[in-house]
Design a protein around this ligand. Sequence first.
Ligand code: FAD
Length: 385
Amino acid sequence: MGLAVNLARDNHPEIREAVRTLCAQFDSAYWQQIDEKRTYPEAFVAALTKAGWMSALIPEEFGGSGLSLTEATVIMEEVTRSGGNAGCCHGQMYNMNTLLRHGSAEQKKKYLPQIATGKLRLQAMGVTEPGAGTDTTKIKTTAVKKGDRYVVNGQKVWTSRLQHSELMILLARTAARSEKKTEGMSVFLVDTKSKGLEVRPIRNMVNHETNQVFIDNLEIPAENLIGEEGKGFRYILDGLNAERILIAAECVGDGYWFIDKATAYAKDRVVFDRPIGENQGIQFPIAESYMEIEAANLMRYKAAGLFDQHKPCGAEANMAKHLCAKASWEAANVCLQTHGGFGFAAEYDVERKFRENRLYLVAPISTNLILSYLAEHVLGLPRSF
Ligand SMILES: Cc1cc2nc3c(=O)[nH]c(=O)nc-3n(C[C@H](O)[C@H](O)[C@H](O)COP(=O)(O)OP(=O)(O)OC[C@H]3O[C@@H](n4cnc5c(N)ncnc54)[C@H](O)[C@@H]3O)c2cc1C
């Protein structure tokens, strides 16, 4: 790739163009209304599904389009770049990898074609628990094998899109915590309409459907175990790398949206008889922020490329998510500041995107934990926990 290539414009132009055209049907008034009413963007997700974007990662033999993760990130980037909120649909992309990479032939045959048509959605993932946030190995939800089923008891928190998904990826303990902290957890594919799941929504800063889940004697058929019992943490980590890379791309889309919006406003808004964009005090933060997004975007492509080649990408996925989340958050601040008071008015969308983007410095993994991963696993510094 030549140095002059502008990644945002030239990488997979045919996907960008098609997703942009679809997103253009869902304008800023649509997203404002959805945000104000705190409802799920059903029409938008249905259109994405009908156009085949929600099944992008499903191999063609199962009815999907067999795209790579890199291409999937382009879809997500275009959603946020268009002014939309990709939190309603990204779950299907990263959860898919757990099933694709670790599911059995029977599971794929049973579920993938139905997900490809949109009959089933695989949008939810239950990992986080009230007593085990970042420290996943402390999860207390247990799955006990009884004959041909597992019986699950426990509690999850922040389980997103559960009410808009027929299937959930669930992490539960199948053996007591031992010396090898990462062993003893298993991943299951759960029918979200099963008995034994009580769901209570959590109202939060953004319009992101997320829930507390109380699990009381939930029965899961044994054939819904993904991969080997006790090895689930490893499978989840694989999925989390995909999640981080997809979210990095969403942040890149946000970042370009903030830069475009700030630039347009700076050219237009006249104060002291001249456009505010003539002042270097306004120009420089926008230019700097643009540069940071371009740089962070390179790490997003590096991480996505490694993932697609099935190469280790933990460090790159973490760095991509961190750099893109930071760069886009900086762009969000610059955009808000450029708009002055109008940045706070809902009709400009800046305050909504500002809130939506802020999430990604915390979830799916917070800044400190990424720094700690790099310090210990890449730089070999002593462990702090
Ligand atoms: C809107 C939303 C949607 C979500 N969706 C999902 C979902 O679908 N499925 C799911 O499983 N989870 C989901 N999550 C959970 C999310 O992944 C967690 O919130 C995130 O991983 C952080 O965990 P925590 O909130 O428990 O923070 P904690 O682990 O309690 O940490 C709190 C703070 O302390 C810091 N910290 C902790 N330990 C250390 C240390 N040793 N050194 C330095 N700093 C430290 C952390 O970085 C963080 O800033 C969602 C969260 C939100 C807000």
